[in-house]
Ligand binder design. Structure first.
Ligand SMILES: *Cc1c(COP(=O)(O)O)cnc(C)c1O
Length: 372
């Protein structure tokens, strides 16, 4: 079935008790045992499994074309569960402009815990090859990357990881299964901060991991999920499952709007660079065109005039909201370096834009007056 159909139907059925088409929220933490001691509905206790989480995980696995999904209370909780499923002495290779929370987590606490982690330019395949170690257990990719919007060739990096006996995880938060299919390109797992596009309305926090096959590593992550319990609430599962229904149409429209806005910004004299893979001038344009079904709705711009000019634009927008995060129906603008802290590699002249579902002409008019 096509993704539009899966988005609406996967994981759902009318409520068996009442016939309700919209699934109820099962707040119960515990489930009744039969006189013979069995659990007739398979649920025992909500940390371990819950009907809303089960439906959500089935839907996410279907949308990614995977065999199983695990959901978490946040994107970082999903990354944390992956790290906890590795062993002290294992090495993880990640992109040098990876989501800053991952870099921090692998430094502290997992550095002290004995996990090795190092950064590499994932767009440079020779550098990736040279950075792989005999103990590399995991290669992490994020494409487009955050906030430099660099493009990684997933199939090529997956082949290098496989050759080194490592698994490949793709953080596909920025693309969603609508625009990128990491499992089909050779990734072993896909990770999402469902807080972003999958949630889509800036009103829930969540994370997910979807596996191509249920490997021993995935089973260890499942063990961490149910034992450590950083699971999403039934209400957050319900909200997210509802949001998935409109995902293909939201993401395609947001991506189309972003293409128009990137073209406007690329022509503007106050803007030095527009980092957006849909522009032919972008160094990753050809790879993005080959591996993505659209260029996404995230971009960053670097201003002539440095940090002061960037801050002035952020101060003058009216329709864009100044704020962190991304992927919601409303457009956001953010000076990324100042939110990431003093030792960030993010350029100080950079603004990150998350393009929403407003009319693109209105967004362009807002940017035009802020840049003037
Ligand atoms: C937001 C984000 C995360 C972390 O997700 P949270 O839900 O905030 O914990 C991880 N990766 C990327 C690419 C993100 O944008």
């Amino acid at each position: 079935m096509h993704i539009e159909t899966l988005a609406i139907h996967a994981g759902r059925q009318p409520d068996p008790a009442t016939g309700a088409i919209t699934t109820p929220i099962y707040l119960s933490t515990t489930f009744e045992r039969a006189p013979d001691g069995s659990y007739p509905n398979a649920h025992i206790y909500t940390r371990e499994s819950n009907p809303n989480r089960q439906m959500l995980e089935q839907a996410l696995a279907a949308l990614e074309g995977g065999t199983a999904a695990l959901t978490f209370a946040s994107g970082m909780a999903a990354i944390n569960a992956v790290a906890q499923a590795l062993k002290p002495g294992d090495h993880v290779l990640f992109p040098d402009d990876v989501y800053y929370g991952l870099r921090e987590l692998f430094r502290d606490p997992f550095g002290a815990w004995g996990l090795q982690a190092s950064a590499v330019d994932m767009t440079d395949l020779d550098a990736v090859k040279a950075a792989l170690r005999p103990n590399t257990a995991l290669v992490w990719v994020e494409t487009p990357s955050n906030p430099m919007v660099r493009i990684t060739d997933i199939a090529a990096v997956a082949a290098l990881a496989r050759g080194a006996g490592a698994q490949l995880v793709a953080d596909a938060t920025w693309t969603t299964p609508v625009l990128l299919r990491p499992l089909e390109l050779g990734a072993d797992m896909v990770m999402h901060a469902t807080t972003k596009y999958l949630g889509g309305h800036s009103d829930l926090l969540g994370g997910a991991l979807i596996a191509r096959e249920e490997t021993p590593l995935f089973e260890r992550i499942r063990h961490v999920q149910v034992l450590a319990g950083a699971v999403p609430s039934p209400f957050d599962c319900w909200l997210l499952l509802r949001s998935l229904q409109s995902l293909p149409y939201r993401v395609r429209a947001q991506s189309a709007h972003a293409g128009r806005i990137a073209e406007f910004l690329a022509e503007h004299p106050a803007v030095q660079v527009v980092n957006y893979p849909g522009l032919e001038s972008h160094p990753g344009h050809a790879i993005a065109a080959a591996q993505m079904a659209g260029f996404g709705a995230m971009m960053s711009i670097q201003m002539h005039g440095g940090e002061a000019a960037a801050m002035a634009v952020a101060a003058k927008v009216g329709l864009f909201t100044r704020g962190t995060s991304l992927g919601g129906v409303e457009s956001l603008i953010e000076h990324r370096a100042s939110v990431e802290g003093p030792d960030t590699p993010t350029p100080r002249d950079l603004l990150r834009l998350s393009i929403g579902l407003e009319h693109p002409d209105d967004l362009i008019a807002d940017l035009a007056q802020a840049l003037a």
